[in-house]
Design a protein around this ligand. Structure first.
Ligand SMILES: NC(=O)c1ccc[n+]([C@@H]2O[C@H](COP(=O)([O-])OP(=O)(O)OC[C@H]3O[C@@H](n4cnc5c(N)ncnc54)[C@H](OP(=O)(O)O)[C@@H]3O)[C@@H](O)[C@H]2O)c1
Length: 319
């Protein structure tokens, strides 16, 4: 495969996470999955731990992971630890409590479309803070642990929502422009893809690779802030508000497959700085409000990645 060739795999949109790892032994690999106690994260943990990996579920309330920890009691190791990505003190405490090395960090946690602008203790808009800035601080804090694993992977669970929202360097926190819940979400998801590009540019000599992905549409807690009209417009519920079975919605186990491909499959050995959808590398497209598939050029732009890294380092250090 040349650098410009798109990576393809034998898997499809309907492949489950467990099927991706059929025949793959992850025994001895240590992994962290943020938001691993609900939705797509649960199936991500289940597949990785099922293949033998030692998985730490990072969640705001570790008790929420009890059932999953129990499920693996006596076969493999799943544990949980407290992490609130919107609170940098919590991120620091998590990093301090994690003994390296770390083979894979899966940045899966997120919130979506918070209806009104909310800010963290640092004054950061909540979606950018949770989905991106917290994951940046976590990844940076775990750099030595990732380096120690020698061929570590960072997996950024992004979204097709990035297509409509380039990172706005003039006003990333929506201090001057009108707050838009979907633009804020989309921007945070663009930032996660740019982080994969930056890690590739900065940490390749440490053997660390980083890739991003869109899991596809899955009914989870993520939609809790989305109003009924929007759910209807998305074709997710009928007029009466009942969930509709549609072809483009995946089960959580199918939604977790691309994450698991990037975190654990040997097909991804040495691959970095790319974006995947339905278990294939996505086509680069111009992006914009009408774009529905692929990865936007604005999310893979190395200059934007460098600029974002500088902005974020400053924000996190001078918090
Ligand atoms: N579902 C979809 O259709 C879809 C589509 C495109 C992309 N995605 C992406 O897929 C990923 C997983 O989403 P999901 O659908 O599985 O949603 P979900 O069930 O709501 O899971 C998201 C997780 O994020 C965690 N989280 C939220 N705020 C947090 C914070 N401040 N600190 C730490 N963790 C926090 C929550 O964990 P705790 O409450 O346990 O802390 C929750 O378990 C997200 O990155 C999302 O953007 C999903």
């Amino acid at each position: 495969m040349t650098a410009n060739q798109r990576l393809t795999t034998p898997f499809t949109a309907r492949t489950t996470a467990a099927e991706i790892l059929d025949g793959v032994d992850l025994t001895g690999r240590r992994m962290i999955v943020t938001g691993g106690a609900s939705g797509i994260g649960v199936e991500t943990v289940r597949a990785l731990a099922g293949a033998g990996a030692e998985v730490t579920i990072a969640t705001r309330d570790p008790r929420r992971a009890n059932a999953l920890v129990e499920e693996f009691a006596g076969r493999g190791a799943v544990r949980s630890a407290a992490l609130d990505l919107s609170d940098l003190e919590s991120v620091d405490a998590f990093v301090e409590g994690f003994p390296g090395p770390l083979d894979a960090l899966v940045a899966n946690a997120a919130i979506m479309a918070i209806p009104t602008r909310q800010v963290t203790a640092q004054g950061w808009e909540l979606q950018l803070a949770t989905n991106y800035l917290g994951h940046f601080a976590l990844t940076r804090g775990l750099h030595a642990s990732l380096r120690a694993a020698q061929a570590a992977r960072v997996v950024l669970v992004s979204s097709g929502a990035h297509l409509a929202a380039p990172f706005d360097f003039d006003d990333p926190q929506f201090e001057r422009r009108a707050y838009d819940p979907w633009l804020a979400y989309g921007q945070s998801k663009t930032a996660e893809i740019l982080l994969a590009v930056s890690i590739t540019r900065r940490w390749a000599q440490d053997g660390i690779t980083a890739n991003a992905l869109n899991p596809g549409y899955v009914f989870t807690n993520l939609q809790r802030y989305v109003d009924d009209d929007t759910m209807r417009a998305l074709g997710a519920v009928d007029e009466a508000g009942n969930l509709v079975e549609t072809d483009h919605y995946k089960t959580p186990a199918q939604g977790a497959s691309t994450t698991v491909l990037l975190a654990g499959s040997p097909l991804l050995d040495g691959v970095s700085g790319r974006y995947f959808d339905d278990n294939q590398e996505a086509e680069v497209v111009p992006g914009g409000p009408d774009a529905t598939a692929g990865v936007a050029a604005h999310a893979l732009d190395p200059a934007a990645a460098d600029r974002l890294w500088a902005y974020t380092e400053k924000a996190v250090v001078t918090r």
